[in-house]
Design a protein around this ligand. Structure first.
Ligand SMILES: Cc1cc2nc3c(=O)[nH]c(=O)nc-3n(C[C@H](O)[C@H](O)[C@H](O)COP(=O)(O)O)c2cc1C
Length: 223
């Protein structure tokens, strides 16, 4: 598989087969991804990878916390800026509409959408989940480097026949996850990632999201 093929093939997978992934393969995947670049080579990422009972504990924790508080716990780093503006807001809405169309859920049916959304907190049936931890004293540069690391993992997953879904929804439970994982006082959980073999029969995995055209994103000067 070429890098181009991996980039093209990577999608957010939202239904997985239950097949476990052996620890040695997870270790190899993580070791390979360590080659991701970061400014000053500071490597400002840490991961907590869970499977089996450790993963089930998180699912139970999320179910318990969100039952009493469906909006989640407060965070001073919201996933999106308030009042997200166009074209960003338009793109966000569009992908939601496309996903719910694939699922056969009318966009106006909010209870059904919320019910589907709760699959996030069961990792969409994935056998493995990854949590990304960053020191909250880090700045925007290091957050960008975390993104490079995450995409490196996602592409390496494709090469291995696995699928991923990055999950910022776990920002809704940052204080509880911090306490659960007993991470250092200055560290925080940024994001989650579901990992496993994609369920190719699931309609939701047929979603091919759109991208803006090159002219919208890039200026080529001096060519
Ligand atoms: C950092 C990050 C966090 C995301 N969080 C979620 C999430 O919580 N739940 C979800 O279903 N998708 C999540 N996504 C998936 C995006 O919706 C998806 O990447 C985007 O719509 C483009 O689709 P594609 O990944 O299939 O190309 C996330 C993606 C990224 C990069």
């Amino acid at each position: 598989m070429t890098v181009t093929e991996a980039v093209d093939k990577r999608i957010s997978v939202r239904a997985f087969r239950p097949d476990p992934i052996p620890e040695a393969e997870i270790r190899d995947w993580l070791t390979t991804a360590q080659r991701a670049p970061s400014g000053g080579n500071v490597q400002p990422w840490k991961t907590i990878v869970v499977t089996g009972a450790a993963k089930d504990e998180i699912i139970a924790l999320a179910a318990g916390k969100l039952a009493g508080n469906p909006k989640g716990e407060p965070t001073d780093r919201p996933v999106y800026p308030p009042n997200l503006w166009d074209p960003y807001n338009r793109r966000r809405k569009k992908v939601g509409e496309m996903m719910y169309e694939k699922l056969g859920i009318p966009y106006v049916d909010k209870p059904a959408r919320l019910a589907w959304f709760s699959n996030n907190f069961r990792f969409f049936g994935a056998p493995v989940a990854v949590f990304f931890v960053i020191d909250e004293r880090m700045g925007h540069g290091q957050w960008a480097h975390m993104g490079m690391y995450m995409q490196t993992l996602a592409l390496l997953a494709v090469e291995r026949g696995w699928g991923t879904c990055m999950q910022e929804c776990w920002a809704m439970l940052r204080p509880s996850l911090k306490a659960h994982f007993a991470i250092a006082g200055t560290e925080m959980v940024y994001c989650g990632m579901s990992l496993g073999i994609p369920d190719e029969t699931a309609a939701v995995n047929g979603l091919r999201t759109e991208r803006a055209g090159l002219d919208e994103m890039a200026e080529l000067r001096g060519f």
